[in-house]
Design a protein around this ligand. Sequence first.
Ligand code: SF4
Length: 420
Amino acid sequence: MPIPILQTWFAKKHSAAPPIKDRSQLRVGIPKVLNIWSTHQFWVGFLKALGISPENIIFSSDTSEEQGREFGKGRGTVDCCYPVKCMSGHYGELIFGQKKKINILLSPMIHSLPSILHGHVVDTVTCTRVMAGPENIKAGFMKENDVFVENGIVYASPFVSLGDRQLVSGQLYTSLKDILNLDPDETERAVQAGYQALENFTTRARQRSREILAWCAQNQKPCILVLARPYHMDTGIGHEIEAELQAHGYPILWLQYLPGDADLMNWLFAEDMRKGRIKTPFDISDVWTSSYSSNTNEIMWGAKVAARCPWITCVIRLSSYECGMDQPTYTPTQKIVEATGTLFFKFGDLDSTKPAGSIKIRVETIVHYLAKYSGSIIGRKLSWLSADCPLPRTSRERTPTRAMADEARAAEPKQLVVLH
Ligand code: SF4
């Protein structure tokens, strides 16, 4: 529903040329939730291209118990997984917690996602709870009275298929044209800028991950892969478990930013392709045939990469309280990772409370296993791959031989500890 204040700002004067669309004073709040964690750069690029000043694009803080208590209390509408439930606090913080009020609360209903697996899987749609989350949470702010109107805020929740580039301009134009006084051409240009910003960011992050792997290869050091959904990067959702491990000197890679370079992927998956198990390194049909869900697909692919990449000697699996999408993936991911002796540890049912004590004990266990077995895991996985590794390696390093593989196998953990 158009809000009068914005219509006034952009209203056409009959006798004059079309007004310059000065949007620099508009303040747009975006709840930093769910798949905003993997698409934020799209929204920043899109809004900046429309003339919104960067300082007027406001993301809510990371999730916290205080945020939920102060801004989301009494606004709950659904009994749901924790990442959706905590959205009320983010909405409330943007509505009530800003010194300078926002004009628009932008909470997109993201239907599909850009993905490194695009074209190799059936589809890249989001979880239905991600899609419907904004509508659910909005209801909590309208059940007695319309909190958005009371606070002079326009609520904008475009349905957007970010995984289908050709649909996006039309979808955003249709849902935002009255709110932002858009025309189709500038919407298309802004969408283009959004995708470019997202690609630039993702490319840099993947390059950084490659540098970490290259450092591990050069120094024969292990690293850890986090298998989780993008919003587990939120310190209130993932509880910074990976940071505790990094503090022990183990570099961390996130699944979402694994390097997908052809040289590296072809090296890791050469044998699978030669045997005809998969068509490309991004093909997951050998382990996951119903490959519709973008984040789930990527979790399965990440497990396959971890199982093959020598320097990823440990996988940390994070999952949130009441996540229905993760349930069927627990066993497959664990089996894929452990098939090559790679360590696998799961932290499940994460919710608002950070179980600091139990995390500390588990981290100590993981660090113990990493120190004890990483060398043999690296050696064993190297022995299965061809010698032409695309990552720089030290001259000190021995070429994997049958003897080395036997030595690595002898040092194999007899039983791996899995934490639930
Ligand atoms: S994938 Fe799981 S945690 Fe994420 S929104 Fe869906 S049910 Fe919730």
